[in-house]
Design a protein around this ligand. Structure first.
Ligand SMILES: Nc1ncnc2c1ncn2[C@@H]1O[C@H](COP(=O)(O)OP(=O)(O)O)[C@@H](O)[C@H]1O
Ligand SMILES: [Mg+2]
Length: 440
């Protein structure tokens, strides 16, 4: 079914549920401002009474695809089966993540190690051990390099944004920020984690912010080492929970080959682990679409496009790691999501390309976790208020969030986030209509 990129009646009216509304893929809906600009509860109000919500448990689900052993794979046409969901490897629950954050803030750093490409990346990032024996990647993005500022400043579309970045950074970081991209990265990491959390995706490593301060309890033991580690006092770093036993991962073949839907016969030949991998990819695709993450699948797509080399898609996917123990897919290094990713979408040179990359991935999957769909519906119901809800969630959990510079107005976070949630919402609705079996 062809998808169109126009505004719909119900987008204007707002808040239908997936079952009630007609199929459309909105590109630039004019969202109502402030539908729920000040969410009061910890979670937004549930918008749906469709098959994704709690009412579902009261009625029988329909298994719409099962393998020859009678194992349910798909139910109600577009949802991964309960059996597959139940067997998924568990990540960190919100309670576990909060407890880790609390412990980390109260902990002490016992040793710091230079990052390598296998441990925490490049530059001045560090692999850091804490008193409780746990480890974190510390992202240190300071001082920033000059690589892209000239390009941005010479682009009239970008010069006002660059001026804004240079003006605003000084009260946050001691030293002048030189690249606009690096400047927004810690924010992307933090916000992407919380957006994943709002979507119920529990395989994004939790993040806490910390200010480097050799005399504060967290850094006291390594205080004298900081200068030789080339870290300056007062710099804001992101501490990201280290996950043991990971290895690189690739895109599952069915996604490389085309769209995966509830009627896909290829699913019948797959083992449970392969199916679980696809289930996790259905979440990955939604998170990366909403955050416009340019450094995961989109990075491979970029290489494939630039080199006219589709084989790039069969290589390891950037910032995707698989657990050697249980096959869990961990979405690491999310600094290119939400802020940097949205900036890229607005860039004259690459915006169109990355818009296309993200859309291509979104259109590859027509199967979803029921819980994720419910969360998408909830966020969709907030319209442009979703951004404020996200910001509030971040502020409620991260006391240092206010030290990060404001979101660049240039990216229109509220509208862009609402649009991207709407695209996912409409994609799910499209899948529902396109795959509806005759029993409906
Ligand atoms: N939270 C983490 N848990 C486990 N391994 C990680 C984690 N973060 C990074 N790594 C490992 O370090 C490598 C580089 O880290 P990454 O955050 O992607 O840095 P870069 O900014 O250089 O891309 C990853 O490919 C992965 O092997
Ligand atoms: Mg990386």
């Amino acid at each position: 079914m062809a998808q169109t990129f126009e505004q719909t009646e119900e987008t204007r009216r707002g808040r239908p549920n997936i079952m009630e509304s007609a199929s459309v893929f909105t590109e630039n809906p004019t969202h109502q401002r402030g539908i729920l600009t000040k969410p009061i509860t910890a979670k937004p109000t549930r918008a749906t009474i469709g098959p994704t919500g709690e009412q579902h448990s009261a009625r029988e689900r329909r298994v719409t695809l099962e393998n020859r052993h009678g194992f349910p794979i798909v139910e109600d046409d577009i949802f991964w089966s309960r059996e597959l969901e139940d067997a998924l490897p568990k990540g960190f629950s919100e309670v576990e993540a909060d407890a880790w954050m609390d412990r980390t803030r109260k902990s002490q750093v016992t040793s710091m190690h230079w990052a390598t490409w296998r441990t925490c990346g490049q530059g001045k990032n560090k692999y850091v051990r804490l008193t409780d024996g746990s480890t974190v990647c510390a992202r240190y993005r300071h001082p920033f390099t000059l690589q892209i500022q000239d390009q941005i400043l010479s682009d009239p579309e970008w010069s006002s944004w660059a001026a804004w970045a240079v003006n605003t950074e000084t009260h946050v970081f001691n030293v002048k920020s030189d690249t606009c991209t690096s400047f927004v990265l810690p924010k992307g990491e933090l916000y992407s984690y919380y957006l994943g959390r709002l979507l119920g995706i529990d395989h994004v490593p939790p993040v806490v912010l910390a200010v480097v301060n050799g005399t504060a309890p967290l850094w006291l033991r390594v205080g004298p080492l900081l200068p030789q580690m080339q870290w300056e006092q007062g710099v804001l770093v992101a501490l990201i929970r280290w996950i043991d036993g990971l290895q690189r991962g690739k895109m599952p073949v069915p996604l490389l080959e085309g769209e995966v839907s509830g009627q896909d016969r290829r699913l019948l030949a797959m083992g449970e682990l392969q199916l679980q991998e696809l289930v996790q990819w259905s979440d990955l695709i939604i998170l990366d679409y909403i955050t416009a993450n340019s450094d995961r699948v989109a990075s491979n797509q970029d290489a494939a496009d630039l080199n006219n080399d589709p084989v790039q898609m069969r290589k390891y996917i950037h910032n995707l790691q698989k657990s050697q123990h249980n096959g869990a897919i961990w979405l690491i290094d999310n600094e290119s999501g939400l802020i940097d990713g949205y900036m890229l979408l607005k860039e004259r040179k690459n915006g169109g390309r990355f818009t296309r990359f993200h859309r291509t991935m979104l259109e590859k999957m027509c199967l979803f976790r029921r819980s994720t769909v419910k969360r998408v519906e909830e966020l969709y119901s907030l319209g442009t208020g979703a951004a404020e809800f996200l910001l509030r969630t971040v502020a409620d959990h991260e006391p240092l969030a206010g030290l990060l510079p404001a979101v660049p107005p240039r990216i229109h976070l509220d509208r862009t986030l609402a649009d991207r949630i709407a695209h996912v919402y409409n994609r799910i609705r499209h899948c529902m209509l396109a795959n509806m079996s005759s029993m409906y």
